[in-house]
Structure formats: C-alpha cells, structure tokens
Design a protein around this ligand. Structure first.
Ligand code: ASP
Length: 202
C-alpha cells in the first residue's frame, strides 16, 4: 500500500536524546572520531530546510551517547511520549537517538506504551557536520512517517527503511544503511516522498 507523506496537519513533537545525529567531528571528513550528543534537537530541526514551515515542537529529553542510556532516561522518555500522545493537537512523536542502543529503547517503549499513535525513532551513522551526513534526510523522513494517518506503534526510520520496534536491530558498525529487521523484513520503505507499507504497524 502506497501513501503520500503529508507535510502539514497536526503537530509532530520531536524529542531529542543525543547520539551521533547530534554529534560533531573535528573534521567534516572524519566519520569515525567524533563526539556524540553535542547539538540540541532544535538545532537538528533548523538544519533541515525542507522542514521549515511544518508544525513541529522540539523538546530535549536527554543529551547522551546512547551507550550511556539508563533507566531514568527511559522512564522520562516514556512519560514525555505518553504526555504528548494524549494531546489532540499531536499526530505523533519523533525520537532522535543514538544508534548503539536504539533497538533496546524502541523495544522497551513498544512493550510499555503500545502507542495507538506513531512513535518514530530516527538516528544517524554520521555526525551532524559530516560532509555527506545522513541525519537530515532521516529526520525529514521520520517526521513524514509520524504524520501518516493510519500509523501507530513504535517504529524506526533510517536510510529510507521503516522498521518495527520488535524487529529492528543494528547490523553494521559504520555503513549508513546500518539497520535491519531480520527474517521479519522491513515494515515499509520511503520512496520519493511516498511511504510503501509492506507489513502491519506494530
Ligand atoms: N555511539 C553513538 C550512540 O549510540 C552511535 C550512534 O549514534 O551512531 O549514541
């Protein structure tokens, strides 16, 4: 099933937690030696011109390398997501996260919240000032998925693929297309502004 990604309508709340998507390197040519969690979530949004004019709200829930994710941040994240999803003016929530433990946080939130609106994780394999950065496109796609009417549950959007929270896993340590869904397969794909759903929402 194919759906055109909408760019207007209800609000999308973007919750920042850090990770490489918010990281910076000394040199734009260095995709390996960088510091994660250096810039704020509002700055991440401001760096995507294609999102200008969209109804978005940014909130910094944490600022860490996701190897340091802990139960306190998980609890706060779950509470903030629940708060925003209860709002009638919110279509869905996007969470920016480090790639190292994205699958654990996504799994936890799907099991604990089983949300009836979309909660869309996104991340990047390259820092925010890399020459060829993946964060802006991933963030743009994630916001589009959070606006899909029929969407629900926790998913992750990276490199043009949409993964369900119960299946997503990091399968590569430096490739931009670093996530897979194992034998279950991806939930869908983003192709030229269209979302093609291949499996049911979580
Ligand atoms: N160490 C980083 C993190 O998980 C890796 C990344 O985001 O790609 O926060």
């Amino acid at each position: 099933m194919q759906t055109k990604l909408q760019r207007s309508g209800l609000k999308v709340v973007v919750l920042g937690t850090g990770g490489t998507i918010a990281g910076t390197a000394q040199s734009p040519a260095d995709n390996v030696h960088y510091s994660a969690a250096q810039i704020g979530v509002q700055q991440l949004l401001d760096a995507v011109p294609a999102l200008a004019g969209e109804s978005l709200e940014a909130e910094q829930v944490a600022q860490l390398d996701s190897k340091d994710m802990d139960y306190d941040v998980w609890l706060k994240l779950a509470q903030r997501i629940e708060f925003h999803l209860r709002r009638d003016d919110v279509a869905g929530v996007v969470v920016t996260h480090g790639t190292d433990t994205l699958e654990e946080t996504a799994y936890f939130l799907q099991r604990v919240l089983a949300p009836r609106k979309p909660v869309v994780f996104t991340a990047a394999m390259r820092p925010s000032n890399a020459m060829l950065r993946d964060g802006p496109q991933n963030l743009f796609d994630a916001v589009g998925v959070a606006r899909i009417d029929a969407a629900q549950g926790v998913v992750a959007v990276l490199a043009g693929a949409v993964h369900g929270a119960l299946d997503v896993r990091k399968v590569h340590s430096y490739r931009v297309d670093a996530f897979g869904s194992g034998d279950a397969g991806v939930l869908g794909r983003i192709e030229e502004g269209q979302f093609r759903r291949l499996r049911d929402w979580p």
